[in-house]
Design a protein around this ligand. Structure first.
Ligand SMILES: Nc1nc2c(ncn2[C@@H]2O[C@H](COP(=O)(O)OP(=O)(O)OP(=O)(O)O)[C@@H](O)[C@H]2O)c(=O)[nH]1
Ligand SMILES: [Mg+2]
Length: 418
């Protein structure tokens, strides 16, 4: 594993060893490298005909790259393709340089960006699990080299390290479990309050946090803290919950979540289960998609796959195509359960809020209420959610004409004039 404490910019070479890697996938890894504050020196491509168990690439290529490396002042090699623990340690020893794969790169980013105690614990656990699988690989290879029944001192030391690591992983899990219990109490409290929870999910950099802030800004609760929105992959690593107002509807809670990425390392999905629990406990999902990205189809699929892993694919979902301002299409508009908007445009936010209120509380329907004066408390409640078109004040009651969301009308059905 790589020491993340170092402050100098690490210089890296990316190796893509496959038959045919999509240009977009390479581009994404380059963005991940930038998000990790590393400097990319070069990309070396190697058409892989056959996977080498020990070194992924063939032994001839290992030697050739070893010679080429001498011309560079590189600190690390990053592989586009996943490396087994054995391959990573073999290459690292052969080239005398740190060698990681894309999933470790993502773990690095998570490590440098996590702020809350929970996120830090989750990343620590993911890193230790990766280290643990590396040690297993090393032990096996030493065992094969030794061949005999008696373990050598190197092997014994490795086993000791492995056991220590396992203990630390368990301790980490214990602490995460304690935090999970706190969360489950929060979920129970929330479900008692019956406030709908809407989670914003989607590929990293799609605009979830920008949208959260925009929904917050147009809300009565605009004084709540804004969340961080930034043009880089994985700007958000800790979920944030905010209360927002919807037009002619009760308040809801929105949750800004960690962005997804294709082939999210399984250690991170496991480790971030607690954080991603927010997604599983949500009543609705807003799937934010960067409409301007050439990779949007792959990104959508990656999000849907992650939802399946989380068992959250059956939660009602609205697809929100964001960043439409960067494309030549008309917006805001709704089309086949999807909404097309720009998080940077106020009318888009009002449009989306309305669609969200409609999804949760039903469409606005024409209605007339007759409220006796002595029911003034109910008059206030009805007025809060009614889009008023006309009012008649009579001696014994008030008649209100207007539009109300279908599901809310039933709460005041006694006063409806049929
Ligand atoms: N042009 C344009 N840019 C947008 C829009 N929405 C978001 N952005 C930009 O996209 C970048 C990423 O936005 P974020 O809101 O941080 O994205 P995110 O989905 O929260 O990203 P992660 O937290 O990394 O998963 C920022 O630079 C935003 O300003 C939009 O509708 N139009
Ligand atoms: Mg974000």
């Amino acid at each position: 594993m790589v020491n993340n404490m170092q402050t100098k910019t690490r210089k890296v070479i990316l190796i893509d060893a496959a038959v045919d890697t999509a240009e977009e996938a390479i581009q994404e890894t380059c963005e991940l490298i930038a998000a990790c504050d590393m400097k990319l020196l070069e990309i070396w491509q190697q058409r892989l005909k056959e996977v080498n168990h020990l070194s992924l690439i063939g032994s001839g290529k290992v030697e050739e790259f070893s010679e080429r490396l001498k011309q560079y002042d590189a600190d690390m090699i990053i592989f586009q393709q996943p490396l087994s623990s054995l391959q990573a340690s073999y290459l690292s020893e052969a080239w005398d340089i740190a060698v990681i794969d894309r999933s470790e790169l993502i773990i690095e980013i998570f490590e440098s960006r996590s702020h809350t105690q929970e996120a830090k614990l989750q990343v620590r656990k993911a890193k230790m699990e990766k280290q643990h699988s590396r040690l297993i690989g090393k032990t096996k290879s030493l065992g094969r080299q030794g061949g005999g029944r008696n373990k050598g001192s190197g092997e014994k030391q490795l086993e000791l390290n492995r056991r220590l690591l396992k203990q630390r992983i368990r301790e980490c899990e214990r602490q995460i479990d304690a935090l999970k219990k706190q969360h489950s109490l929060q979920y129970q409290r929330r479900s008692k309050q019956r406030i709908p929870v809407v989670a914003l999910i989607g590929y990293t950099n799609a605009g979830k946090s920008t949208l959260t802030n925009a929904l917050l800004a147009q809300s009565r609760q605009a004084s709540q803290k804004q969340v961080l929105a930034k043009d880089c992959l994985f700007a958000t690593l800790d979920t944030a919950m905010r209360r927002i107002t919807l037009p002619y509807a009760p308040d809801i809670l929105i949750v800004d979540t960690v962005g997804f990425v294709s082939n999210l390392p399984h250690e991170l999905i496991d480790a971030f289960h607690a954080t991603l629990d927010e997604v599983r406990h949500a009543d609705y999902l807003l799937h934010v998609i960067d409409h301007s990205s050439t990779m949007r189809q792959v990104q959508m699929e990656a999000t849907l796959t992650t939802l399946e892993i989380l068992n959250a694919e059956s939660i009602p979902r609205i697809d929100v195509y964001n960043k439409c301002d960067l494309n030549d299409i008309s917006y805001p508009k709704a089309c086949n359960d999807a909404v097309y908007i720009s998080a940077e445009q106020k009318t888009s936010i009002l449009f989306l809020s309305d669609k969200l209120a409609e999804a949760i509380y039903g469409p606005l329907e024409a209605v007339t209420f007759v409220l006796p004066h002595e029911k003034s408390a109910h008059l206030a409640a009805v007025s809060a959610y009614l889009k008023l078109t006309a009012q008649e004040n009579r001696t014994s009651d008030v008649i209100l004409h207007g539009f109300m969301r279908k599901k809310l009308i039933s709460d005041y059905v006694n006063y409806v004039k049929f």
